[in-house]
Structures are given as structure tokens and as C-alpha cells.
Ligand binder design. Sequence first.
Ligand code: CMC
Length: 427
Amino acid sequence: MTDNAKLSIGDKSLEYPVLKGTVGPEVVDIRKFYGQSGRFTYDPGFTSTASCESKITYIDGDQGVLLHRGYPIEQLSEESSFMEVAYLLLHGELPNPDQHDDFVRTITRHTMVHEQLAMFYRGFRRDAHPMAIMCGVVGALSAFYHDSTDIDDPAQRMIASHRLIAKMPTIAAMAYKYAVGQPFLHPDNSLSYTGNFLRMTFGVPAEPYEVNPVVEKALDRIFILHADHEQNASTSTVRLAGSSGANPFACIAAGIACLWGPAHGGANEAALNMLREIGRPERIPEYIARAKDKNDPFRLMGFGHRVYKNYDPRATVMQKTVREVLGALGVDDPVFEVALRLEELALSDDYFAEKKLFPNVDFYSGIILSAIGFPTTMFTVLFALARTVGWVAQWNEMIEDPEQKIGRPRQLYTGATARDYIPLDKR
Ligand code: CMC
């Protein structure tokens, strides 16, 4: 703890403790503010509010730094695997070889879903957006796994966490299969987490499926890049839902719903749609002009971030991965050219420089996912799949936090004051 923060309001002089984390801005602890002053603080969008204490992920948006449990995202995405990062996020340390094998075995053994769950898909239209299916099916998991919904039991919490991480690829692949009218494939536990997902998505029962190691590695890296991102909108949604004591499956379904929006996870789908619409480098200036026009709601999708006011480190890795994947698959997608040129032109434009708008993780991810064969509607589903581990890690941390309370913000009320009801025939 450092010096107190002093605040005068009306005739009162108040003092608040300033809390210091291991790194990052200090935090003024205003928990007693309302009790002492009778006033609330006002912070729509939580731009100045730390909603919790956390030890999981750190972002320095000015420097373009992202650390998971202290480890830089560049090192994790280059040298680690998604399973290892999942263990790290959940348990706080990198696993030793035995812990790693145990964890992989546990996750692998939970990949199947209750057979009855398949019936849920048949209730959806074939042209349903897969994120709509994800919201419904993941929410329904609590109806199947009652034995891991007691949030006060750490063992049940861990089983629910493992189930969610393990079943998400199966559920996501089934959403894809349903849309294309192909039979669901059961998991093959001889494959890796990511290889298994690729097979369940693109394999068919009629013939063996060969996992392409370049694609497997690239997708695993994409999963690492999306695994967690501190208190973003969907994670805060998961924490808020969980703060009431809701079961983990319901909380993750809430996170998926929040992620779907185009300002958040839906941006990867929107970004590729935008790049395809632009189509040719010559049309870029027209779109940059639209993005700068105050009277046009259009924004460059995959650009800008609430926290990063410098290059998103995930976008750097992603850009490199696009080259590798397109090269290995022999795909010549003109959209990559458009993306590179758009980035170049936007970064040399004063509007983007002044507002510190840089490409984010979603700017390049769609190009890779499309080259692998995923339709755009699946992009946000893949984000949800990968982010599930972050959500469950943050949810577990919240439940174990002795300071945890139900999340219940207040408001600045500007509606009508008390008035008398007028009967219908008198209005
Ligand atoms: N194109 C054009 N102008 C933009 C953009 C953009 N992509 N992003 C922000 N701005 C402008 C915005 O108009 C505003 O201008 P002014 O100050 O003149 O009103 C200023 O920059 C600040 O924007 P903001 O909306 O107040 O900033 P925010 O922190 O609330 O929003 C954001 C962050 C990510 C929602 C926003 O940058 C955006 O909508 N980007 C496009 C969608 C996108 O790519 N989202 C993915 C985020 S990364 C993946 C994830 O974590 O989900």
C-alpha cells in the first residue's frame, strides 16, 4: 500500500487507500466511497474501474505487452502448446512432464458429450448462426452434468472446468457439421486437442482423416493467442454471472453470448467480411475515408482496442502465421494483400495515429481460418472455444477470492421522479 488518495467533495475531505499490484497502474480503493459520501462514481464502459484482483493475465496496452501468469504471449505462442497454456492459466504454473501428461489425459477423456446433447442441434434451423447454437448447447450442459455444478466444492469446480475445455471442440465441430448437413463425428482420443477438433470438423466417417501438421500447429497457436485477455467484456460477463452463484456452464454460456458481438469476438468474422468487400487494394482509401467520417458508422473491423494503444502483440504473431499457413497450403488469397496494404495505409494516416488505432488480434486471424477451410460464421466459435479456458480460470479465481461479492453496479438515474399512476381511461 502507498499514500492515500485524497478527495474533497462538498465540505467533506475523504481519504482512500491506494493499492499496488506487482506491475501496472495503482488502484484507488473506493469501496467505502458511497458509505462515506452518499455518492456513486460514474464510469460507463468501466474505462477507469478495476473490477477485481487477479493473478492470471497482465496487459500493458501502451507497450503492447501481454503476459499469462508472467509469461510473454510471444514465447508461449512460439514455444508452448494450447494444452500447456490451458494448464498454466488454470493452475498458475507451467506443468512438469507428469502434470502435463495427466492434464492432457484428463482433458482427452472428457471430450465426448452426452449422446442426448446431439438432439439439441436438431432443434435448430440448418442455417442458424453457429454462435446461436453455441449459446444454447453450452447453456444446456448444466442439465447434463449435475454432478459438477456445486460451485462450493473445489473438486466439482475443477471437473466442470475440465469438461468445458474438453467438450468445447466437440460442441463447436458439431455446430459446423450440423450446418453443412454431415454426420457428427465422435472424438478420436489418439489425436491432439487441436488435431481432434480438425478431424471432428473436416473429417467424414467414409474415409480416414489426415491431420495436416502445419494447420494443426497454426490453429493451436491461434488458440493460444485467444486463451485469455484479463477483464475483457466476455470475461467480465462470466465473472458477473458467476458472482450470483450461477453454475459454470451457465456462466460460460453468458460469456459466449457477450463474445458474439462485433465489437468483441464477432470482429474476426466482420474483419474478413470487410476485407473481402474491399476486395482490391485500390478501394482501400474509400474505406479509410469512411472509417474517418464522423457521420458514417463504419469502422475498420480488426482495428483499435480498448486497452492496446500500441500494436496488439497477438496481431504480430498472427500476421506471421498467415504467411506460414498460406505458404504451406499453397493458398494465394488476395485478401492478405488487401489486409497488408490496409494496415500500411491506416498506420500512416493521422486519424489512426492520433487515436492510437492499430490492428488487433482479429485483423489477420480470419485469413488463416478461411485458408484452413472454416466459413466466416465459425470464426467467433473458434474464439469461444479457445477463450473457454480463460473464462473458467477467471471464474475459479473469482469463486476462491474472499473479497468476492455479487456484482451489482449502481446508476446515475435521469428518468422521471415519483408520480401518480393515471388510469387507462383518463390518459
Ligand atoms: N475504425 C475507425 N475509428 C475507430 C475504430 C475503428 N476500428 N476504433 C475506434 N475508433 C475511433 C472512434 O470512432 C473514437 O473516435 P472519437 O474519439 O473521435 O469519438 C475513438 O477511436 C475511440 O473509440 P472508442 O469506441 O471510444 O474506443 P473503445 O475503447 O470504446 O472501443 C473497440 C474499442 C475495440 C470496441 C473499437 O476500437 C472498435 O469498435 N474496433 C472495431 C471492432 C474490433 O476490431 N473489435 C475487436 C477488439 S480485439 C478482440 C477482442 O478482444 O474481442
